[in-house]
Design a protein around this ligand. Structure first.
Ligand code: FPP
Ligand code: MG
Length: 323
């Protein structure tokens, strides 16, 4: 089954979720309304709603519950990005000006808060304490992941373990929770819920590793944001970690980061392209592939159906994605 067919099979329900998203962010305040609507229109892959929707097909599928949960997960993701762009001082996302660039940091913080609150308002309609426990724990971890990222900026003494823990918190847990909550709201059995949680976790790890690779290997046009922004922001991701096995690259990075307040791009750009050409990229891809394989394996105990095929397709697509 091709990815296009995956989408065809859930297209109708996805458009219901899209309509719910638009209604949910309606604000009785023009500025919040404009900023929130702009964010929705800026697009996004709607990965979390798609995962939630597919996971919920392994129980008794109820679109009314699924759409509320899916909409909440997407909004939490959106809110976290609006806040993240303030933290990272980023002016462009998905090829469009960020809320902080179009307005300012104050408007961005409040738009993020507003979207976050509407997500929770929507989620209160899910009558299942376990779903609430999973979601709130994930939001706490997301915030811890972000603060750890800030704490570790420009720190070259990091290792694989700290990197993996950070991407687990900042990306993988929200994806694994999307899958798990889909299973929970559909009343799936415990083993199914666990399998879907694991699938989401491994997919999330692979997704973030590929994101971190693309930051080195793709162009600004492809990324919809400046290329090489991770290093520029002092964020040491997997390709940089692996590349630092080469002592020359480590030394060059140390020199470039010496005055992190006034980074010299002419020092950083050649390091970025050196890393892009190094074997660090293939090594990072290998680790991403190992997670993808684990994601596939997690599905093996689930019954064969259209949803499982779709989850397998998405795993293949994520593994090959260029944007
Ligand atoms: C993007 O990382 C950021 C995240 C995935 C998480 C951000 C989380 C917060 C700001 C915590 C807020 C929490 C709640 C519950 C609203 P990145 O900067 O590496 O990626 P980018 O290039 O897409 O910006
Ligand atoms: Mg960012």
């Amino acid at each position: 089954m091709k990815l296009a067919r995956t989408y065809a099979f859930i297209k109708k329900d996805l458009s219901v979720i899209e309509e719910t998203l638009e209604k949910t962010v309606y604000a009785n305040q023009p500025l919040l309304q404009e900023a929130a609507t702009q964010l929705l229109k800026a697009g996004g892959k709607r990965l979390r709603p798609i995962f939630l929707l597919l996971a919920s097909q392994f129980g008794s599928y109820r679109l009314d519950q699924v759409k509320k949960a899916a909409c909440s997960l997407e909004l939490i993701h959106m809110a976290s990005l609006v806040h993240d762009d303030v933290i990272d001082d980023s002016d462009v996302r998905r090829g469009k000006p960020t809320v902080k660039a179009k307005w300012d940091n104050q408007v961005a913080m409040l738009t993020g808060d507003f979207i976050f609150a509407t997500a929770l308002q929507q989620f209160t309609e899910i009558d299942n304490p376990k779903a609430h426990r999973v979601l709130s724990k994930t939001m706490i971890e997301l915030t811890v992941g972000e603060i750890e990222q800030i704490k570790d900026k420009y720190n070259l003494h990091q290792n694989l373990r700290t990197y993996l823990r950070r991407i687990k918190r900042k990306t993988a847990l929200l994806i694994s929770s999307s899958c798990q909550i889909g299973a929970i709201v559909a009343g799936a059995d415990k083993a199914t819920e666990q399998a879907l949680h694991n699938y989401g976790y491994y997919m999330g790890m692979s997704y973030q590793i590929i994101d971190d690779i693309l930051d080195f290997t793709s162009s600004e046009k492809q990324l919809g944001k400046p290329a090489g922004s991770d290093l520029f922001q002092g964020n040491i991701t997997l390709p940089a970690l692996y590349a630092m096995d080469d002592q020359c690259i480590r030394q060059d990075l140390q020199t470039a980061f010496f005055d992190s307040e006034n980074l010299d791009m002419s020092l950083l750009e050649p390091i970025t392209s050196q890393i892009a050409k190094s074997d660090a990229i293939a090594r990072a891809r290998q680790l991403s592939d190992a997670y993808l394989q684990k994601a596939h394996n997690s599905l093996s105990s689930l019954p064969n159906n259209e949803a499982k095929e779709a989850l397998e397709n998405i795993a293949n697509y994520i593994g090959n994605r260029k944007i």
